[in-house]
Design a protein around this ligand. Structure first.
Ligand code: FE2
Ligand code: FE2
Length: 160
């Protein structure tokens, strides 16, 4: 987990996280913060075990920690945050010791984490998509009725 710990203390990672936190300080809907990143990581780890995705723990953590790191840019200039994250993540991954091949797989998963088409894929992209959606506790959310997620995407019952 050495490389994951490097991400957590990386100055760029921390600055993007702070930008997310500032942009969402007044947000009543789901936030894109550390708690969300860890929820996604841990759900992905469970799915990885239960359904034999065969993904390494460090790769799962890296994808989960970085997948929404560009959310602040979406608020600033409208760049879709999966595109922003795909642009911002490689530099962090490189400086934390991830190889080019690992970085490309992680970035691909970040880029597709809002595309339902990857949901069934038995790879890192499919795993990140599912864990990200499962992480939202719609069944216990006061804003559920006002949320623009389609009903079939909402977690109206606890599944995992
Ligand atoms: Fe996202
Ligand atoms: Fe997310």
């Amino acid at each position: 987990m050495e490389r994951v710990n490097k991400i957590l203390t990386n100055s760029l990672y921390q600055s993007y996280l702070e930008k997310n936190n500032q942009a969402e300080a007044q947000r009543s809907f789901c936030r894109h913060n550390t708690a969300h990143f860890f929820d996604v990581a841990r759900i992905a780890l469970i799915l990885n075990e239960q359904e034999c995705y065969g993904q390494a723990q460090e790769i799962i953590y890296a994808a989960a920690l970085l997948h929404d790191i560009g959310r602040w840019m979406q608020y600033e200039d409208g760049t879709p945050h999966e595109k922003a994250g795909s642009m911002l993540a490689p530099e962090i991954l490189k400086s934390c010791g991830f190889t080019k091949e690992e970085s490309e797989r992680i970035v691909k998963a970040i880029d597709s984490h809002r595309r339902e088409e990857v949901k069934e894929e038995k790879n890192l992209s499919g795993l990140l998509y599912r864990a990200d959606k499962l992480s939202r506790a719609c069944f216990a959310c006061k804003m559920e009725k006002e949320c623009d997620w389609k009903n079939k995407k909402k977690n109206l019952k606890l599944i995992l």
